[in-house]
Design a protein around this ligand. Structure first.
Ligand code: GDP
Ligand code: MG
Length: 596
């Protein structure tokens, strides 16, 4: 135990976490030159392409310290995105130390701070590292000032490194050994192991990643997962090198894996505690939470014949992603599909992309919404995952919506316009702090529902890319929300309904109608586009009729050309959805995301 060091790396995206992790593996000869492949830790294609780590993994290194002792270093990789912040928090709970990496050309960013808070909450020893010092525009002295301000360390505790050239990497390894405490825990107590991640393997079933907090586990032991209350035999246990390496025993302080014939991801919950069936530990490890989807959207096959295929694909995805939820739903406009729950917007995008890449499924995703809590006058309380769940306004007492605390770090020149943006999104500023003379940290409380629309895009364009943003949930608050419906020639289009704050409904309805007018092509009759709250029409536009005679251009008798054009027009129609007598192009269903 005394020679074990368990640590993670926290950083804002692109500050060099993966590159540095690779360097550590190389320096400790954990990966041979032959196997060396850039960014070993990000093993999903999608992750590699996007340069983000979606699922956390762990890897063990051997290291001989300058003191001549042999150390075992376990690097636990954490996902970088806020959608996965619960997983980050559980990975952090499995460690005693964290490398805090800051890009020396960029300085501290929003994610640096939010992940740092998690690490400090878990009492981790923080080793601050300035990265990318090989770059000519590196600004080490200023960034050091920021780090000193942020964590209150001494200037000379900050290491400087380059993941690219390898400079400074040996010092990082020494600092891990010197500064990160060895695991504490009681080897003779009953087994208590923290589940910090799990992974689906099509041959082995679910592989559960664990950190032994107390006691020990042997191959073949009968173990119990406390929160799911299920029992399994530990068919295989071991440690994580580049490959899994089976062992007979894992002891207090060790990081490793356990395979126990579990077939679906829902049986293993991150944050759960594993103990022995006989002689269990007294209580579970603190901090367990059920992860709940936060963002919901309808997912429909473009071709309605693909419904069953879509169901099969979603079931397969669910096997290795327990945080995905779905249930059948039908829409008058879009036919049969599923209402899916996601951890956040990135998670939604990832699922959509995996459906496309891994299963060849083309889907339409409707406008995302968050989860609301409705309180009726009769005293019923229920969650709403879809605008269509909204009860009759007369029976409704009030609605609550989820709130977040958001951190924005930007240059001072953009502060004014960003404040306006946040105000428009119903944000309340709770703090404003200058990190340096031209960098400002803004803290806001905002409804999550406002972020799922077009907040990121606007933030980026207003700040010309010089703003970073991160958030975490802080609970629910009552809000005056109404359901805004869109009618086409008098008929409601369920897939276009949204829940929106009463004060914004008027202007939102107007902009929706204007946008739809642009997107819906003229047809042989006038099309009335209306926004309505209940029976009250609040906005209206009209698409004027036109007879679109595609064959008019073909003079005379070229019959094959005529036929080709007609075929083409038919194909064009397939990309439309028939709503009543109106044909609506698919992109109109996402119109709400593109409002100016
Ligand atoms: P992550 O998102 O924190 O995992 O960041 P990556 O390790 O994927 O690095 C982001 C980008 O920065 C990549 O293009 C890397 O090649 C580059 N990068 C990482 N570390 C360094 C460094 O020390 N020096 C330079 N010049 N580039 C680096
Ligand atoms: Mg990475």
């Amino acid at each position: 135990m005394k020679n074990i060091r368990n640590f993670c790396i926290i950083a804002h995206i692109d500050h060099g976490k993966s590159t540095l992790a690779d360097r550590l593996l190389q320096e400790t000869e954990t990966v041979g030159e032959r196997e060396r492949q850039a960014q070993v830790l990000d093993d999903m294609d999608l992750e590699r392409e996007r340069g983000i780590t979606i699922k956390s993994h762990a890897i063990q290194m051997d290291y001989e310290g300058n003191d001549g002792e042999n150390y075992v270093l376990n690097l636990i990789d954490t996902p970088g995105h806020v959608d996965f912040s619960y997983e980050v928090s559980r990975s952090i709970a499995a460690c005693e130390g964290a490398l805090l990496i800051v890009d020396s050309t960029q300085g501290i960013q929003a994610q640096t701070i939010s992940n740092l808070y998690l690490a400090i909450e878990n009492d981790l020893e923080i080793i601050p590292i300035l990265n990318k010092i090989d770059l000519p525009n590196s600004n080490p002295e200023d960034v050091k000032d920021q780090i000193v301000d942020l964590i209150g360390c001494d200037r000379d505790e900050i290491l400087a490194a380059s993941g690219k050239t390898g400079e400074g990497v040996p010092d990082i390894l020494e600092a891990i050994v010197d500064r990160v405490p060895c695991p504490e825990g009681k080897p003779n107590d009953p087994l208590q192991a923290l589940v910090f991640d799990s992974e689906y393997n099509s041959f082995r079933g679910i592989i559960t990643y664990i950190r032994i907090m107390n006691g020990e586990v042997k191959k073949g032991d009968l173990v119990k997962f406390l929160n799911t209350d299920k029992e399994y035999y530990a068919d295989e246990i071991g440690v994580l090198r580049l490959e899994r390496e089976p062992r007979k025993i894992l002891k207090t302080g060790d990081v490793g894996y356990i395979i126990s014939g579990i077939k679906t991801s829902t049986e293993v919950k991150v944050g759960d505690t594993i103990t022995h069936k006989e002689e269990p530990c007294e209580k579970g490890i603190d901090g367990f939470e059920e992860v709940k989807p936060m963002v919901f959207a309808g997912v429909y096959p473009i071709d309605s014949e693909d419904y069953e295929d879509l169901r099969a694909s979603m079931e397969k995805l669910k096997l290795n992603d327990a945080s995905l939820t779905f249930e059948p739903e039908s829409s008058l406009a879009l036919g049969f599909g599923f209402r899916c729950g996601f951890l956040g917007l990135l998670h939604m995008e990832i699922i959509q992309e995996r459906l496309d890449r891994e299963f060849g499924m083309n889907v339409i995703t409707t406008v995302p919404n968050v989860s609301y809590i409705a309180h009726t006058k009769k005293g019923d309380v229920f969650e709403m995952h879809n605008p269509s769940d909204m009860p009759d306004p007369n029976s409704l007492d009030f609605i609550e919506e989820p709130f977040i605390k958001a951190q924005i770090i930007t240059k001072s020149e953009f502060v004014g316009s960003l404040m306006n943006l946040c105000l428009a999104k119903r944000g309340m500023m709770t703090n404003q702090q200058y990190l340096t003379s031209d960098r400002v940290e803004l803290t806001y409380e905002m409804p999550l529902g406002e972020i799922v629309f077009d907040f990121y895009d606007k933030l980026k364009s207003i700040s010309k890319g010089y703003a970073s943003f991160d958030y975490f949930q802080i609970g629910f608050k009552a809000a005056k929300l109404v359901k805004l419906d869109i009618l086409l020639n008098g008929e409601g289009v369920d897939a276009l309904s949204t829940l929106i704050h009463f004060d914004n409904a008027q202007s939102f309805g107007r902009r929706m109608c204007e946008k739809l007018k642009e997107l819906i092509p003229r047809q042989q009759f006038d099309i009335a586009i209306q926004g309505a709250i209940g029976a009250k029409i609040i906005s209206r536009e009209t698409v004027k009729a036109v007879r679109k005679d595609v064959t008019a251009k073909c003079y005379g008798g070229d019959i094959t050309r005529k036929r080709k054009l007609l075929e083409k027009q038919k194909k064009g129609k397939k990309k439309m959805k028939q709503v009543g007598n109106v044909e609506v192009p698919q992109k109109a269903f996402l119109a709400v995301l593109k409002l100016d």
